[in-house]
Design a protein around this ligand. Sequence first.
Ligand SMILES: [Zn+2]
Length: 467
Amino acid sequence: MSLRFYDTSARQVRDFTPIREGCASLYLCGATVQAPPHIGHIRSGVNFDILRRWLTHLGYAVTFCRNVTDIDDKIIRVAAEEGVPWWQVSERNQRAFTWAYDTLGCLPPTVEPRATGHVPEMIELMRRLIDAGHAYAADDGSGDVYFDVRSHPAYGELSNQRLDQVVESADSDPDRDKRDPRDFALWKGAKPGEPSWETPWGRGRPGWHLECSAMATKYMGPSFDIHGGGIDLIFPHHENEQAQSRAAGDGFAQYWLHNGMLAIGGEKMSKSIGNSLLIPQVVRKVRPVELRYYLGQAHYRSTIEYSDAALQEAAAAYQRIEGFLTRAVEVLGAITPAADVPPAFTEALNDDLGVSQGLAIVHGHVREGNTALAAGDKERAQELAAELRTMLSVLGLDPLSEQWCGGGDQGLTEVVDALVAVALEQRQAARGRKDYAAADAIRDQLADAGVVVEDTPQGPRWDLRKG
Ligand SMILES: [Zn+2]
């Protein structure tokens, strides 16, 4: 099966045909940096990181653009409450997002543009829309610029609504001079005390939708392959992005991919509940790689119902994979990743990024690999471990990769290994003279230090306690 995706715009699965052969361009609506991220925000980052890795594995040269919305109503409100400039709020939270993406193993995007760095591109796009009769500056002299939805017959196409079903746009003050209540703001006229930039239509600041159109076009051209984002962005944000760009004559996104939400008790995660699920909080419950496994394991379009129990189950599932690879390395030495993934894994990921089906193959390899190790079938164990590493690398979950095995601090690992070996020798000696109290005391002291000892037929082996 060739690569195919569920395209929100077509409301069906479509084969992926890139605009330029061998290349894939991907735009993802990134963070609005009003607050630090909770796990619901980062799910999208993990889902699209897997997509990007899969496209790369298939041989595409991927351009991945993930923007930062560094100015909006909430950022201005938070800054006013704290009595600091708006950009301090943006900077602080952007760093928190970058830390979270890095911590969860999301590869850095090719480019990460910030909205306020692209005002000239936005002015140019507004100019094109006004010249073509699709936008207008408000007659009240407020500096607002609106998109004229009635001028664009395709409006509503992405979110599958007719114009008469479209609700009023709530992104401007009710007293502003709009021609139609459904017209949305491209540009918001300056208010006293708020940040603003000069335009031919007066001072003001960007509307959210305009930012993404301007940035996507700047870095990926008038037409690009895939636009991604959370399912909650389809309307109005993505509908408006597409309307602006297509009305201006650009092809814009050829495929629209939307990830599902992370819910608690059936509701989209609110900010108050979300505070307990900020990334630094959650990576105290499980390790970052286990959180990545949790967020990435479900199909990207499904809703994840958050629960601590499910998070712990995901961590345990990841530890089964890790356990096999650790034992495999002990028995077989270094495992070189295989040149390719098994065909069934390719089928799974090609079919609208079927990560759950892919993970079923991963766990099949783990089970078979454990059996092979137990039976002393080193050749088969080696083969399975090698394929496993390649599959896990596509998912960003390879425990033996530099990313997850402690940043390659090999010197420290060797020192700990030698110290634990000394303690284990003393424990064996104590057992040898039948001093079981002393042997148990050594094991307990190691456990207090976070070293868990397991007795196996091949002798004791140790591991650092997880979580
Ligand atoms: Zn966007």
